[in-house]
Write a protein that binds this ligand. Structure first.
Ligand code: TYD
Ligand code: MG
Length: 464
């Protein structure tokens, strides 16, 4: 009889090796390798005949795979209409971001619309979930609840309830006592996910798995999960802000470019269908250092205020702080300002942020950041009706960014009248004057900032 053999697997990335090591050679994580026992394949597995029949693609039945709307508009937008029967979706996000709340609201809405729903919660007791459900008004008769962590029990409940939609919160708490490996190990999570995927396909129930995410944004432990499921959604946001962003990282049934926007309120998550003025409501347009940039999140233009504050630093190593912005791009923009424009920042503390808890990391925000810094250094506010968009090159030249027309149209819709853009940008919509510039120096002038003949900024003090 063939022997059971051991393999060694990394708990972080799922890489497999022949022996135990202290550090995973694939992802570099320490102390993550665990032993897994692998049963030999049965003799019949290799010789069995297929039970399925290959058929021409046009004859494969395609009905029944239309998405079922969840009734949560922003979620449906990201899913491309709703949940597809038999599909498996993984919802990832940091603890406390609102994954359980979002799914409870979605299930309640689905159940209210006639779907049978089953929520298997392993993280909270049934009482806790019920308490939250009554606060959210989610006490629907077709919404069933089990507090279970054992996979066979969850699957047994699923075959009695026969739900249209099953939610497992979270996949990391699910385990199968028949498997040799420890609960929470990669082998457990992966095997349980495989079985849930099989159950979803066999009984055509749409399944949503909740997955935890580590600090650096990866799904905790098993990246392997991402390959098994049809859709991976990522729920993001700053914990101290109410704004939450939902994106599809992988989607077998639709585009991955849509963005869903929610606000966390006392009554759960509320969709933000028109985010137009969301980030601009408290803006002090007359303050130096404030610039509005039309960014693009997926297909959605968002107008975001960037702020910069440049102040003389008492420190030998001045502070550089970039919140919601890419620190590397800020360093690049500062260097270009210094070398190509002559705005010196070496002895200054520089603070920059994207207002409202949103992350603006696209290169299209370079020019806006450069103008915000210049505006702060010179103490001159930019015109209140001005938006700024463009990528900055290392030679101080401005470069075109994608979908400029869409960005400018949104700016015009929200009442902006002028836009500083790269020279190659297309014309704007009626009512929006396009101010073209081919270099950063030109853009600074077109935005109405005057640098003058004297050196600008905060050079290092020369010792007396
Ligand atoms: P939760 O859905 O439990 O997050 P996750 O499942 O991702 O860990 O929600 C966490 C936070 O949301 C919690 O700290 C409180 C807050 N919250 C509200 O602000 N309003 C509400 O109506 C609810 C239900 C939660
Ligand atoms: Mg939760």
């Amino acid at each position: 009889m063939a022997k059971t053999r051991s393999t060694y697997r990394c708990g972080e990335c799922g890489a497999e090796g022949p022996q135990w090591t202290g550090r995973c050679s694939a992802c570099g994580a320490w102390n993550t390798i665990v032993e897994e026992r692998v049963a030999p394949p049965s003799a019949s597995a290799t010789t069995s005949r297929p039970t399925s029949v290959a058929m021409p693609i046009a004859e494969v039945e395609g009905a029944g795979w239309e998405p079922r709307p969840t009734g949560i508009g922003e979620l449906d937008r990201v899913l491309g209409g709703g949940l597809v029967a038999g599909s498996v979706t993984l919802l990832g996000g940091e603890p406390g971001i609102g994954k359980s709340t979002l799914l409870l609201q979605a299930l309640s809405s689905l159940a209210g619309g006639g779907a049978r729903c089953l929520l298997a919660c392993g993280e909270e007791s049934a009482q806790q979930v019920r308490l939250r459900a009554s606060r959210l008004g989610a006490l629907e008769p077709r919404l069933f609840l089990v507090a279970e962590t054992e996979l066979p029990a969850i699957l047994a409940h699923a075959s009695t309830v026969v739900p249209d939609v099953l939610v497992v919160d979270s996949i990391q708490t699910v385990h199968d006592p028949e498997l040799a490996s420890a609960p929470g190990s990669v082998a457990q999570v992966r095997e349980c996910a495989h079985r849930l995927v099989r159950a979803a396909k066999d009984s055509a129930m749409a399944t949503v798995l909740v997955g935890h995410v580590t600090k650096d944004g990866n799904l905790a432990g098993p990246r392997v999960l991402e390959h098994v499921v049809d859709t991976v959604l990522s729920f993001e946001g700053e914990r101290h802000h109410a704004l939450r962003l939902l994106r599809a990282v992988k989607h077998r049934f639709g585009p991955t470019s849509e963005l869903g926007l929610f606000e966390m309120t006392d009554a759960g998550l509320e969709g933000v269908p028109d985010p137009g003025r969301l980030f601009l409501s408290d803006r002090q347009a007359s303050a130096a250092g404030s610039v509005v940039v039309p960014t693009l999140e997926g297909h959605r233009p968002l107008l975001v205020e960037l702020q910069a504050l440049v102040a003389r630093s008492p420190l030998n190593m001045p502070r550089r702080s970039a919140q919601g912005l890419d620190a590397g791009r800020m360093a690049m923009v500062s260097a270009v300002l210094e070398e190509r424009v002559g705005v010196t920042l070496v002895a200054a503390d520089v603070y920059a942020l994207a207002v409202g808890g949103v992350r603006v990391i696209e290169p299209g925000a370079d020019l806006a950041l450069a103008l915000a810094l210049t505006s702060s250094v010179t103490g001159t506010p930019l015109p209140a009706d001005l938006v700024v968009c463009g990528e900055l090159g290392l030679c101080g030249e401005l470069r075109q960014v994608g979908q400029m027309g869409r960005r400018l149209a949104e700016a015009a819709r929200l009442g902006f009248r002028r836009a500083v853009v790269p020279a190659s940008a297309p014309d704007g919509p009626p009512g929006l004057e396009v101010l073209r510039a081919s270099t950063l120096v030109e853009a600074i002038a077109r935005a109405g900032l005057v640098l003058g003949a004297k050196p600008v900024g905060f050079p290092r003090a020369v010792p007396a």
